[in-house]
Ligand binder design. Structure first.
Ligand code: HEM
Length: 494
């Protein structure tokens, strides 16, 4: 019906996962089919059709059509992608829709405004320094270069920042008690819960079938052992969050002068002082989970991938380091990397065009959220020449236009300088790693600020070297990123 404007990608039962597996096996890249399509078809193909089980969907690739989907965001509802996803996020900004979404976006949006994010800058710097101090100590003890799991290292920073931005205290203070009596940090448990809920769907076919048919009711009808154990842990996790929130509420009720600028206090202030009756404790818990989930791995991956490309491109690395040092030279006489990084001011971050371009180029090549969360159309809607019917699955994928050689000459090349040339930025819809439209990423400024801080800190402290014995693999799991995480060595700078 749509001729060569649409490609059909059908894998019986496994759906799109089948195409990802094929790409991984043959090209070390789950999304190689989209990169190849971009090279051969350029902008001819507008969408591909795919299946999840027996259900068919459209994934739009053309920037104009992607724009139409996201501008009409209220015509779609996000899919329940796993049990933990629903349990942890269903009352959060990530999942709610309509008036409820508007209310939440308005409330949270104020805190994500560029000027407000400034408040989190000291925390970002402090946490970055704690992590780099550990690495430096380790390197000093071994007196040689060491392999660094850069994505994991960056996630240590991003998870701690997300935690402190929300609770205003360190994640080490909040622990979860497991059934076997052991304790685990809340920040690790939430990641583990999400990973486990995807894993059980992938490894237990019966459970997957039950979930596809029964959806949110799956755990209530003949719950399987893995479901029971997952839900027991999910309940403990939320109960723990609730206790922390209720305790803080009591503290603030007794002494309102204790209010701080963190998300939890902002919510509680709204409830206690402004007598806002719409905000519930469930909404607060779910938004903690959502901000933690949406902000940790994504930002950690963006920065880890940038460090990988810097290891592969020593000249660009040197130039980026000079950019950072030149700014900081005017702030301190000291040559010590720690003093230099300590002197970094929030305003300096906007004076780093190359570091910014490195992050953008990493997001172009390996966008952590390569596609948005799948959606169902809740009414019939025309997207360009495509007629989407109520109930159809819809998605949008960013890699295709971000790999189009007409828009990005030599698209596989890591070339941050292309961003310093205005031509590429003519059409903002060709580069959308943070999605677009009213439901775009609320945390994008925070992510870039964290990324710039981490890159600046590592450039000041270490030579970032490649690991020639490891081929990078681009794998799409919960997010799209590089693995295994042993692609980079750090060496202390003399
Ligand atoms: C490099 C880092 C990041 C990337 C690539 C990224 C990407 C995205 C994308 C593509 C969406 C749209 C998802 C969809 O519509 O299905 C999104 C939404 C969202 N992001 Fe981010 N994100 C990043 C960092 C962050 C950070 C740091 C936070 C907060 C701490 C955050 C919070 C959110 C939230 C709450 C939404 C939902 C917004 C809404 O529906 O109104 N993200 N992000």
């Amino acid at each position: 019906m749509y001729g060569d404007k649409i490609k059909i990608i059908y894998h019986f039962g496994v759906g799109l996962l089948g195409e990802y597996r094929k790409g991984l096996k043959n090209k070390n890249d789950s999304l190689s089919f989209l990169r190849e399509m971009a090279l051969t078809e350029k902008s001819k193909v507008k969408a591909y059709s795919f299946n999840i089980g027996l259900k068919l969907g459209y994934c739009f690739l053309d920037p104009e059509l992607i724009k139409q989907v996201h501008q009409n965001h209220d015509a779609f509802s996000k899919m329940d992608i796993s049990q933990a996803f629903v349990f942890l996020f269903s009352n959060s900004l990530l999942c709610v829709s309509g008036k409820e979404w508007q209310r939440q976006r308005h409330f949270l949006g104020k805190s994500f405004h560029f000027d407000e994010i400034k408040n989190y800058f000291p925390t970002i710097k402090e946490v970055s320094l704690v992590v780099s101090d550990e690495i430096t100590q380790d390197l000093k003890n071994s007196s040689q270069k060491k392999m660094i799991q850069v994505v994991k290292t960056c996630e240590k920073v991003t998870s701690e920042v997300a935690f402190r931005a929300f609770f205003g205290q360190t994640s080490k203070n909040i622990t979860i008690k497991r059934e076997d009596g052991s304790t685990v940090l809340a920040s690790s448990e939430i990641v583990q819960l999400l990973t486990d809920s995807f894993r059980i769907l992938q490894t237990n076919k019966l459970l997957l079938l039950k979930y596809v048919i029964l959806k949110r009711n799956s755990q209530n009808i003949f719950p399987m052992k893995e479901e029971k154990s997952l839900f027991a842990r999910l309940n403990v996790f939320k109960d723990t969050c609730k206790q922390v929130i209720m305790q803080r509420k009591e503290e603030l009720q007794k002494d309102p002068s204790l209010f701080k600028k963190n998300f939890l206090d902002l919510y509680l202030k709204e409830i206690l002082l402004n007598e806002n009756k719409e905000i519930t404790i469930d909404e607060i818990i779910d938004n903690f989970c959502a901000l933690f989930f949406a902000g940790t791995d994504t930002t950690g991956n963006m920065t880890g991938v940038s460090l990988y490309y810097l290891s592969q491109n020593p000249k660009i690395q040197e130039e980026a380091r000079d950019e950072v040092i030149n700014i900081l030279k005017s702030r301190t006489q000291s040559q010590d990397p720690k003093d230099l990084f300590n002197s970094l001011a929030f305003e300096d971050l906007s004076q780093m065009p190359l570091v910014h371009s490195i992050l953008k180029e990493s997001l172009r090549l390996i966008p952590p959220a390569a596609a948005v969360l799948g959606r169902y159309a809740n009414r019939d809607i025309e997207i360009g020449e495509f007629s989407v019917k109520k109930g159809d699955l819809v998605n949008t994928h960013f890699i295709y236009s971000q790999s189009n050689p007409d828009l990005y000459p030599n698209p596989e090349k890591f070339d941050p300088y292309r961003w310093m040339n205005q031509k590429e930025q003519k059409n903002a819809f060709n580069f959308t790693p943070f999605s677009l439209g009213p439901r775009n990423c609320i945390g994008q400024h925070l992510a870039i600020i964290e990324g710039k801080c981490m890159i600046a800190n590592y450039l000041l402290n270490y030579n970032i070297l490649p690991n020639p014995s490891q081929e990078p693999i681009k794998e799409a799991k919960t997010i799209y990123g590089l693995c295994p995480d042993n692609l980079v060595y750090f060496e202390l700078r003399k």
